[in-house]
Write a protein that binds this ligand. Structure first.
Ligand code: NAD
Length: 260
């Protein structure tokens, strides 16, 4: 379905971003990857799906590096048709104890990077398909873009901001073939969440299994993690012809978290 298209997925070296990159690659899209950690291993996983893969190591907290990444993607594949703003970090502390540099980093990586990548991707998307426009911008927000949780001030503020940015991007392009939507996962067992499970186990002197059960039990009635594969399937739907009039939604996959 996406043969000939190019998708740029920020923070795609692990977790949700890697899951979405693989789902889009399975549909034939060439992939521009980004992120830190296991760069070679993650690239190999996507390349094994038979598509072209490129990598750019932009630090998403730095606007100049985001500009370089977008120029690199255009030089590699002509243009970015699908932009997935996914890179994100977390820090957990009460507001009065929240390190100022962690606040700044979370706002830069989880919110401002989506603005920068979007503003740079839009002109080519708007010009595509003989000026009618074709593009898909998918912002990986979070259930914390819709509700709050204690000790996550920067993350919750950034993710609510991402949901707002999603709506405005969708509205400004509503008469074109460029859509923008947000995905709002509940708990997904990725390195980002594993750190929170580890901290809980350590703080309470309980096993990992017990800490995981508590984590899910506090928020998710389904008592199940959402998987990167499930989130990848939702991203593919947004890119499909059936997704053309889905504009500005914040779609939760949260095991019932926000239904309560
Ligand atoms: P993860 O830690 O597995 O992945 C984060 C990715 O972002 C990695 O590729 C990492 O290298 C990259 N990254 C971090 N800082 C970066 C920077 N400065 N520049 C470039 N890349 C950077 O975590 P994940 O859980 O897959 O998170 C992906 C997104 O999903 C985040 O935006 C997160 O907020 C969101 N999310 C996660 C959950 C969850 O339960 N795991 C739930 C809701 C939303």
């Amino acid at each position: 379905m996406l043969k000939g298209k190019t998708a740029l997925v920020t923070g795609s070296t692990s977790g949700i971003g890697l899951g979405i990159a693989k789902a889009l690659a399975k549909e034939g899209a060439n992939i521009v990857m980004n992120g830190f950690g296991d760069i070679e291993g993650s690239q190999a996983e996507v390349a094994a799906l038979g598509v072209k893969v490129a990598y750019h190591g932009a630090d998403m907290s730095k606007p100049a590096e985001i500009e370089a990444m977008m120029a690199f993607a255009a030089a590699q594949f002509g243009q970015v048709d699908i932009l997935v703003n996914n890179a994100g970090i977390q820090h957990v502390a009460r507001i009065e104890n929240f390190p100022v540099e962690r606040w700044d980093a979370i706002i830069a990586i989880n919110l401002s990077s989506a603005f920068h990548a979007t503003r740079l991707a839009l002109p080519a998307m708007q010009a595509a398909d003989n000026g009618k426009g074709w593009g898909r911008i998918i912002n990986v927000a979070s259930i914390h873009g819709l509700v709050g949780s204690a000790e996550k001030s920067a993350y919750v503020a950034a993710k609510h901001g991402v949901v707002g940015l999603t709506k405005v991007t969708a509205l400004e392009n509503a008469t074109t073939g460029v859509t923008c939507n947000a995905i709002c996962p509940g708990w997904v067992l990725t390195p980002l969440v594993q750190k929170q499970v580890d901290a809980k186990a350590l703080a309470q002197g309980i096993s990992m299994a017990e800490a995981t059960k508590q984590l899910l039990g506090e928020k998710e009635p389904s008592l199940q993690f959402t998987t990167p594969e499930e989130l990848g399937a939702l991203a593919v739907f947004f890119c499909s012809p059936a997704g053309v009039n889905v504009r500005g939604v914040a779609w939760n996959m949260d095991g019932g978290w926000t239904a309560q």
